[in-house]
Design a protein around this ligand. Structure first.
Ligand SMILES: C[S@@+](CC[C@H](N)C(=O)[O-])C[C@H]1O[C@@H](n2cnc3c(N)ncnc32)[C@H](O)[C@@H]1O
Length: 238
């Protein structure tokens, strides 16, 4: 499988874009040097790409064209927001908006989320959002899902032990139940109802897909999970 962002990575190193891969977004991606990062750039600059790297980092995986990245960044100026997606069109459209608004606390990475996440130093992530991931609805497709036990093992290592959270929304009951079961087995805590993490401005942060599903009156599953830490598990019950 071609690595997301590989062509633009090569173009930044001086290679011409091959004609057969011509894609206007590929060329536009070069205009957002410090806003739209390739996976390789993220690996090199993950702790220095934001103007103020001391702010807590919130990542949205599958950020689409950036609606929520922009909302998070605008309403939470004390946070750094990173959107990750795998297509040129979506990441370029997100970066275009960030540039036009002059936002310093929002960046986009074109990469598979698993690779971008693996680059983070342990304990450095304040929160990770995955909203309406591709559901892979058939049983034999489940192996393609992003959210599996291994993903959560890595995520636990990357989340800040003091309050780091995973915020999940989906319309897929089966995906929701699989994630819920996995995280119960891993002993993560779960917040129900219209969950929204503490520390962020209390907006609904309705996503593009969420608005579509709400319009069709479909059920939506929203949860915030946090890994249990050793000192929490050992504290005496009252
Ligand atoms: C169904 S869309 C949901 C978009 C948005 N989160 C929303 O709720 O409106 C799923 C998004 O995840 C992205 N995606 C799929 N696999 C990914 C991966 N491995 N890493 C990062 N993004 C991924 C897709 O390109 C797409 O933009």
């Amino acid at each position: 499988m071609r690595q997301a962002g590989m062509l633009v990575e090569r173009m930044k190193k001086g290679e011409a874009a091959p004609d057969k891969h011509f894609n206007p977004y590929l060329h536009e991606a070069l205009e957002y040097q410090n806003i739209l990062l390739t996976g390789g750039e993220w690996a090199e600059r993950k702790t220095s790409c934001f103007a103020d790297s001391s702010k807590p980092l919130l990542i949205e995986v599958g950020c689409y064209m950036g609606k929520n990245v922009l909302e998070f960044a605008e309403h939470n100026p004390e946070w750094n927001i990173l959107g990750i997606d795998i297509t040129y069109k979506r990441t370029v459209k997100a970066a275009r908006k960030i540039k036009s608004l002059g936002m310093e606390n929002a960046k986009i990475v074109i990469s598979d989320a698993r690779q971008a996440l693996a680059e983070l130093p342990a304990g450095s992530l304040a929160g990770l959002c995955v909203f309406f991931p591709d559901p892979w609805p058939k049983k034999k497709q489940r192996k393609n899902r992003l959210l599996q036990e291994h993903f959560f093992e890595i995520l636990k290592e990357k989340l800040n032990p003091n309050g780091g959270f995973f915020w999940f929304k989906t319309d897929s009951e089966d995906y929701f139940l699989c994630v819920q079961e996995t995280l119960r087995q891993l002993k993560w805590s779960e917040s129900e109802s219209d969950a929204r993490p503490n520390g962020l401005e209390p907006l609904p942060y309705t996503t593009v897909f969420e608005a579509l599903f709400i319009g069709k009156n479909l059920p939506i599953y929203r949860r915030v999970y946090q890994p249990q830490r050793a000192n929490v598990e050992e504290s005496p019950q009252r």
